[in-house]
Write a protein that binds this ligand. Structure first.
Ligand code: HEM
Length: 532
């Protein structure tokens, strides 16, 4: 077996091979002296590492969260691995994740270093930023868009997008999974830039998809040698073997386009006197005096951070175009298909309240306790972000364990949600576990956990929750989600299988989405007209 086969490094050329060999000597020397030295003897437990490559061949590249949870029975709740010269710690206990990420937030609120993405392409949106003054400034600006006080201001736009989504599903039910992404992008573009996206072929939707793909490529572990050997970033782009530099140039330009295009549309609209209500226009017009170049940059940058946030980083696989809210809706469709009794119970609740003659919106949310339990169970069963990576910029000691600076410290969110001491029978999809009533003790609310930790917790959680709620209630109001049939008329029941990307999507599956009653579609159309 060749080195290229052993280590997944597609750009292994003469230049990179030389860099690799010189690094080998340095690493072996450093490794030998380290392993004998103080702190390094106190790393958290983990499998024995091989010289140089560390645990590269023991890392289960598939289904990491489940595998980390299983390994924790053997190694304990903190589990250490080294891949070449990068350190990883998996946290498999919610209490420990809170102790590190919440209580020691000043230390553990950085993001892991990704040289290709952060330093060469200069992907500097909030999700990638280290904790510090720039991050705090950016987060403060973003909170003027995403905060509890103004969350309800977005409800009408969210209702419009959700109704448009459901009516599009009715026209092309086979496209339902793809339409979930279009509706999420469309909502965020409307709120940030006041632009109405007509359909999934809109150039802004394509740009968002491209952005997601390029982000995914640039953060793929093992793909870029420069991530393991950062000094390679100084190699000039014209050198043979420096193809990564040329790719980075292309990716950077395309990502800049993603940031500039919608922003420029808003600016041109303002200049032409066509002001549409949206966050970017509001910010640009907030002051009476002209904005400085830096202030304009901050606004554009914050908008890009939000616009791109639901398409975050793909840490562990090659799956591109991941996104959070659509991941939850696709999971919901899969689970309804597989759990007809839950679907029926939720529909009966909706029908009892509405009589099938009016379309529920955000204001009516509390009238549907069972639907709310379904949503909680959806987030528990398959949290959209199953591994949450933080990092630290100085060495730390925690409960006697040494955690070196730069370690990828990963909270196993999936593991917390499938911890049977917290959620008995965790692989069973059972919204009833959250029901409140006489003699019932609801289990811990997953919505207080799945959006992350402390200073880095998801600022978009309210927007995300209301979008999920609206899509779910509108789908259940309008349709029965049932198994598709094969050529022999047999029902196709898709397995519960998820991809390995940073955002966990179900693997593609087929289903049949049937209109419940033509009159309900008329109610949906009326509701949309009255909102527009
Ligand atoms: C189902 C939907 C969503 C889920 C489950 C989710 C979950 C998460 C998680 C787990 C994190 C990382 C937290 C941490 O590091 O501790 C995060 C970060 C983030 N999310 Fe979300 N998210 C969702 C939707 C959204 C939406 C709709 C937006 C914006 C419109 C958004 C904006 C952000 C931003 C800006 C960050 C980066 C925060 C930082 O690095 O400090 N998210 N999200």
């Amino acid at each position: 077996m060749s080195l290229q086969e052993l280590i997944p490094l597609p750009h292994l050329t003469l230049l990179t091979l030389l860099a690799l060999l010189s690094a080998v000597f340095i690493l072996i020397a450093a490794g030998i002296s380290r392993s004998k030295r103080g702190n390094w003897a106190h790393l958290p437990p983990g499998p024995a590492a091989m010289p140089l490559v560390g645990n590269l061949f023991q890392l289960p590249w598939k289904d990491l969260p489940r595998s980390f949870a299983a390994q924790s029975h053997y190694y304990g709740p903190l589990y250490y691995m080294r891949i070449i010269n990068r350190h990883f710690v998996a946290i498999n206990s919610l209490e420990l994740a809170q102790a590190l990420f919440d209580k020691r937030g000043a230390t553990y609120s950085h993001r892991p270093r990704m040289v290709m993405a952060q330093e060469i392409i200069k992907r500097d949106t909030m999700l990638f930023m280290n904790y510090g003054p720039e991050f705090t400034k950016s987060r403060r600006l973003i909170s003027t868009f995403l905060n509890q006080k103004i969350a309800s201001k977005y409800w009408p736009a969210q209702e419009i997008e959700s109704l448009k989504f459901v009516l599009s599903v009715r026209r092309t039910p086979a496209d339902v999974l793809e339409l979930t992404r279009w509706t999420a992008t469309s909502l965020i573009i409307r709120l940030l830039y006041g632009i109405e996206v007509k359909d999934k072929e809109d150039p802004l939707v394509h740009l968002a998809e491209d952005f997601a793909r390029l982000t995914s490529e640039s953060t793929k572990p093992g793909k870029w040698l420069v991530d393991s050997f950062p000094s390679l970033r100084h190699v000039p782009a014209w050198l043979p073997g420096a193809g990564f530099k040329r790719w980075a140039k292309y990716a950077k330009a395309r990502m800049e386009e993603f940031s500039w295009l919608p922003y420029t549309i808003v600016k041109n609209n303002i200049a032409a006197g066509r002001i549409t209500a949206c966050w970017t226009a509001e910010k640009l017009l907030e002051k009476t005096e002209p904005l400085t170049a830096q202030e304009e940059k901050d606004i554009r940058h914050a908008a890009t951070s939000i616009y791109s946030a639901p398409y975050p980083i793909t840490f562990f696989t090659d799956a591109g175009g991941s996104d959070t809210t659509p991941a939850m809706i696709c999971t919901f469709i899969l689970l309804m298909l597989r759990n007809p009794s839950v679907q029926k119970k939720a529909q009966e609740e909706i029908d009892r309240v509405t009589g099938g003659t009016w379309v529920p919106g955000m204001q009516d949310c509390e009238m549907f306790p069972y639907v709310n339990c379904v949503i909680k169970e959806l987030f528990r069963f398959n949290p959209a972000v199953p591994l949450v990576p933080h990092s630290l910029q100085e060495d730390d000691f925690f409960e006697g364990y040494f955690i070196p600076k730069g370690t990828w410290v990963m909270a196993n969110m999936w593991g917390f949600m499938h911890d049977e001491t917290r959620y008995p029978d965790p692989d069973l999809f059972s919204p009833e576990r959250f029901e409140i009533g006489e003699g019932k003790q609801p289990q811990d609310d997953p919505l207080e956990i799945v959006f992350g930790f402390g200073r880095r917790s998801c600022p978009g959680y309210l927007l995300a929750l209301s979008s999920v709620y609206l899509n779910v209630i509108h789908l259940l109001f309008a349709f029965d989600i049932v198994p598709a049939k094969d050529a022999k008329g047999q029902e196709i029941i898709p397995p519960v299988e998820f991809g390995d990307a940073h955002v966990s999507h179900p693997k593609p599956f087929v289903c049949d989405i049937r209109e419940r009653d033509p009159e309900r579609i008329i109610w949906l159309e009326h509701a949309l007209q009255s909102l527009q």
